[in-house]
Design a protein around this ligand. Structure first.
Ligand SMILES: CC(C)(COP(=O)(O)OP(=O)(O)OC[C@H]1O[C@@H](n2cnc3c(N)ncnc32)[C@H](O)[C@@H]1OP(=O)(O)O)[C@@H](O)C(=O)NCCC(=O)NCCS
Length: 145
């Protein structure tokens, strides 16, 4: 019988970095995934969109921001490590943190050209709610928690 290949464990490093703070408030945090010392994924999570947290989101979407919203400014899996569940792990991390902070929605934006990213987010329960009016198009997506 063929031997089953053992998968290397994926470990999230919980040692997050504070990216921006207003006064004493932490408004952005970064979470990194490392596998055996190698950087393979990064999430920038925003906890206070109305007070400077959502720097990764377009200015045109500001009217959507509520106190009870969290945001994802940035999510990236390193090349060579995609399609192995890292992005899903980062999304789930953001959702866990948001729930802990009693947020009831997560917002993120995506380019309409990135069809694969859009389907990735849709698969995880995010739905488009707005589009920028400017020439450079962005789609705002939300997930109710
Ligand atoms: C978008 C992005 C973060 C997704 O990251 P990822 O690590 O590839 O995500 P996942 O592996 O969790 O999911 C991707 C696909 O792999 C599949 N998958 C999930 N777990 C898997 C596993 N264990 N083994 C194989 N495939 C898996 C998923 O079903 C998903 O399929 P889909 O394309 O049908 O949705 C990544 O493509 C990326 O970094 N892109 C460049 C940066 C970027 O565009 N960021 C987003 C800005 S909006």
């Amino acid at each position: 019988m063929a031997k089953k290949k053992k998968r290397k464990p994926i470990r999230i490093q919980e040692a997050f970095r504070t990216v921006t703070s207003r006064g004493n408030r932490v408004v952005q945090r970064e979470y990194e995934i490392r596998q055996n010392g190698e950087h393979i994924g990064l999430l920038n999570y925003a906890s206070d969109l109305q007070r400077g947290g959502g720097t990764g989101l377009n200015d045109e979407f500001k009217d959507h921001f509520k106190k009870t919203d969290a945001g994802i400014n940035f999510i990236k899996t390193a090349r060579g490590h995609r399609n192995k569940g890292i992005g899903t792990k980062l999304l789930k991390k953001a959702e866990r943190v948001a729930k802990k902070e009693k947020k009831n929605r997560i917002l993120l934006e995506v380019s309409p050209d990135k069809k694969k990213n859009i389907s990735f987010y849709k698969k995880h329960g995010y739905t488009p709610i707005d589009t920028t009016k400017r020439k450079e198009k962005w789609i705002l997506m939300e997930k109710r928690l």
